[in-house]
Write a protein that binds this ligand. Sequence first.
Ligand code: ATP
Length: 202
Amino acid sequence: MRFTRLRLTGFKSFVDPTDLIIAEGLTGVVGPNGCGKSNLLEALRWVMGETRAKAMRGAGMEDVIFAGASARAARNFAEVALTIDNADRLAPAGFNDADSLDVVRRITRDAGSAYKVNGKDVRARDIQMLFADASTGAHSPSLVRQGQISELINAKPTARRRILEEAAGISGLYQRRHEAELKLRATEANLTRVDDVLEQLG
Ligand code: ATP
């Protein structure tokens, strides 16, 4: 899956609608300090379902919304849209009926985040799975933050293992296993309750 376009509105320093075409090959982002280069990478991570405000360099997730500047009022929402070329049909089942996927995340003050794929409402989990299966997720090693290399060197083995798992494209499987285990536990509790009722009837 190849990223072909990134659109931002009200996201961090990108207060005005900004439309970036991502051409084939290597893309470089250059500019003076503080012009928003890291904000662009954070927009990518955010639209892929990032839930940790800290990874967005904020105290809360609403900090990604344009907070105002001397001559501009703060915004009430932020939106990032990422277009993915899916001509080779590598997206997981459920997303695989289109040549191109338009993934949109929008956050509104006091109302949280909402996600859409090709105009249809989807859950945060579906988006996280979509990118985890493609090994490009919000925690992917293909997105390297400033300072991340030294963090990696100093990381505990379990944290390092998570990075390797994301790179291998198996972190989505772990999430599914965790959800299956929760369902299993709920079913076991239900069975125990049925046994109690049967005992009372008998
Ligand atoms: P450097 O080269 O120094 O790392 P950079 O080009 O990567 O800089 P960023 O760190 O992406 O720049 O952008 C920082 C700018 O974004 C700052 O000017 C900061 O004020 C602005 N910014 C961040 N969050 C918001 C927000 N919520 N509202 C408005 N502006 C914001």
